[in-house]
Design a binder for this molecule. Sequence first.
Ligand SMILES: Nc1ncnc2c1ncn2[C@@H]1O[C@H](COP(=O)(O)OP(=O)(O)OP(=O)(O)O)[C@@H](O)[C@H]1O
Length: 513
Amino acid sequence: MAKQEDLFKNVVSHAKEYGFIFPSSEIYDGLSAVYDYAQNGVELKKNIREYWWKAMVQMNDNIVGLDAAILMHPTTWKASGHVDAFNDPLIDNKDSKRRYRADVLIEDYAEKLNLKAKKEIEKAKVRFGEAFNEQEFITTNARVVEYLAKEREILERMGRSLGNGDLEDVKALIEELEIACPESGSRNWTEVRQFNLMFGTKLGASADTAMDLYLRPETAQGIFVNFLNVQKSGRMKVPFGIAQTGKAFRNEIVARQFIFRMREFEQMEMQFFVRPGEEMQWYEHWKTARLNWHLSLGLGKENYRFHDHEKLAHYANAAADIEFNFPFGFKELEGIHSRTDFDLKAHEQYSGRKLQYFDAELNQNYVPYVVETSVGLDRMFLAIFSTSLKEETLEDGSTRTVLKLPAVLAPTKAAILPLVKKDGLPEIANKIIDDLRWDFNVAYDEKDAVGRRYRRQDALGTPFCITVDHQTIEDQTVTIRHRDTMKQDRVAIADLKSIIENEVSMKNWLMKM
Ligand SMILES: Nc1ncnc2c1ncn2[C@@H]1O[C@H](COP(=O)(O)OP(=O)(O)OP(=O)(O)O)[C@@H](O)[C@H]1O
């Protein structure tokens, strides 16, 4: 556990030190759960967005893009259910005056039971060695059985109570488990209340005529309200999809774990409109397609798993998360939801406009069903960044920090380094840069010994370092060093473009899907 925490601290400090992510408005001590992407972070984030866009929009004839406004007519959020149901259960500690999500307090308690079970299993592994049968131990060891049963019982009761809106029972559970405020240690709690997560704002100048608006809490509704506009103007035939990337805002109560849970974040969503009755086959299709997209990045199959939901949101008839093994354990990275015709029907009802499709093959009008894939761009960033950050011990006993980003996403594809700052080497390096920068993001670095420059580029995740030396003047060759293997090859300047292209082209990576 301690190791995981250290790893996570390293991730946060590396992101800051190397210009990937800064706390927002840091000179004023920051704003909780709001972050800025810095010079390298913005490139990595843009590349992830583009990798998604290519796979979803460019590679699919029947998916088109959209960029809807963040501000929408307020009735949108009544129709979508967000005004009435986009809530978190809150509880305040009267002594520390701290506010918590009641469900998170209970989940944290349950997680501790799970950790206790895991500790017993780890101890037994050491004790029994090769002969250890983990599955059998989990079902027969009295302590482990007890911990896991208690964990399940608590989570099931909480799920039931929240589902039934029985907030008194949620409070009762907190009291029965004797959960104390993590800050004050006190058990002096208020009642549990529902708190809406949407940020409100106002449209218009004068206080009495101003209209109450919300910052969108998801990008999906911008797609639904435009469904007919896109279908008609693009002459789209069902099944078809609309994809969108953009900011969403949620007044999260428990905003921790760095960019995992932010108050302002970016989503990459695609809503796929299908014939009623065909949604399950498309739901399965998109589950597989989206997992394959993640796997194409090569972060390791073992880091992903599906979590099929048993308890469904009011709009869904099937839902699964793709979970990723973050430094703090497996957590949701992407949601795939079969949203039925809930959203389009609700917008029909609230707007009084028909949102139907005429299916010429069936000679029938209907409200399409929708399958949604929704992934957090910032969570993708965290997944990729934290998995790529490695401390390596080299053969000579020294260590290096290397950010083994998938080359296709690296902020800078190559750094061009003149061995020394004289003898015309900087001029050659700059000529190489001028040639490569049409195709790739490249950097120039002449400061410090070349070994230190390599280390700096390793820490930034740059896949290639190209060194210009005196031999270059004679034969137009350079050394190219590969970030992961540290292997160096002597190659012709004329071949650089194709060597880099081969490793970083989105086509080559997406073909692995
Ligand atoms: N506060 C947030 N900060 C960063 N990313 C988020 C946040 N909330 C949601 N996301 C991302 O948007 C995706 C789709 O949103 P969705 O509404 O399905 O999330 P959610 O189920 O509410 O997430 P969670 O259960 O973690 O709160 C999520 O899979 C996640 O990657």
